[in-house]
Write a protein that binds this ligand. Structure first.
Ligand SMILES: NC(=O)c1ccc[n+]([C@@H]2O[C@H](COP(=O)([O-])OP(=O)(O)OC[C@H]3O[C@@H](n4cnc5c(N)ncnc54)[C@H](OP(=O)(O)O)[C@@H]3O)[C@@H](O)[C@H]2O)c1
Length: 264
């Protein structure tokens, strides 16, 4: 693997699982000091162990991004680690797909705090650090195709809000060497569904079985209905290796087959 990110410091939210862990491993393998956060310290330590096995560098920070100011505090701590900040990958999110007519407003508030407000805080803090240096910087948000679909409850709204946040920020930063990219994944095999109600998980499984598909790669050769976290890590590395004179506003990444869950 190349050392494209040698001497870089990159902050990754949600580095204790799924895509965030894969992104952290990839960027550390290419030379970056990755500063990663999450609530679960044991899983962050596992990310640190995996990165250490490949001689990479990872600094775990336990936090709860639903708390006011946590997104900014995380980025400031990452920037202070070695006195520089090259990229911030806002990946952490929670998912609540409950129909809006039946949903729990306190769960919505928490989800919007993590999926949207913490990103605005983190990016604002990053700009404050990056701007005075005049050096290139990258702000990457992991959104979701749910932002463009119906039936995705307040989760879809949180991701549509994230797309809009990034769009506005791209305009604000047009004259700076700081690029803002929104990655828009389809379905990927991670732990995101762990807190879903069993009925919702069952609806996903029924759809997967009905299509005769499987998460990639499938030794039996069935079509891929879910991508892998490493696919997203590769896409993040691609975005970060483009020159700041190039704008990659949005990148939609989906597996071979679409996964949709029919409304109840
Ligand atoms: N998987 C998919 O099919 C899919 C599709 C489209 C978009 N996405 C997006 O991809 C991103 C990554 O999700 P994933 O699929 O990799 O799910 P995941 O395996 O559940 O990972 C989510 C990460 O977010 C962190 N997180 C959640 N709440 C947090 C909080 N309050 N404070 C700090 N960290 C928090 C989790 O860490 P802790 O549990 O340690 O707090 C975990 O590391 C998300 O933005 C998700 O919306 C996923």
């Amino acid at each position: 693997m190349t050392q494209a990110f040698k001497d870089w410091t990159i902050a990754v939210t949600g580095a204790s699982s799924g895509m965030g862990r894969a992104v952290a491993r990839r960027l550390a393998a290419e030379g970056a000091l990755v500063v990663g956060c999450g609530r679960n310290l044991l899983e962050l330590k596992e990310t640190e162990r995996l990165i250490g096995l490949a001689q990479g560098r990872f600094l775990p920070i336990q936090n709860d991004l639903a708390e006011p100011g946590a997104g900014a505090a995380f980025v400031q701590e990452a920037a202070a680690a070695e006195g520089r900040l090259d990229a911030v990958i806002c990946n952490a999110a929670v998912i609540d797909l409950d129909p809006i007519a039946k949903g729990d407003p306190s769960s919505w508030r928490r989800m919007l705090a993590v999926n949207l407000i913490s990103v605005a805080e983190a990016f604002q803090a990053a700009i404050t650090v990056m701007r005075p240096t005049g050096r290139p910087g990258w702000l990457v948000a992991i959104s979701s195709l749910a932002s463009r679909m119906e039936g995705m409850g307040l989760y879809g709204a949180s991701k549509a809000g994230l797309n809009s946040l990034c769009q506005s920020l791209r305009l604000e930063l047009e004259k700076d060497p700081i690029r803002v990219s929104t990655l828009i994944p389809g379905a990927f095999a991670t732990n995101l569904g762990r807190d879903m109600p069993p009925e919702t998980r069952d609806r996903f499984l029924r759809e997967i079985n009905a299509k005769g598909a499987y998460a990639a790669p499938d030794p039996a050769g069935r079509s891929a209905i879910m991508g892998l976290p490493d696919d997203i890590a590769r896409a993040v590395a691609f975005v970060l290796t483009q020159p700041p004179s190039l704008n990659i506003p949005e990148l939609v990444i989906r597996p071979q087959m679409d996964l949709t869950i029919p409304l109840e």
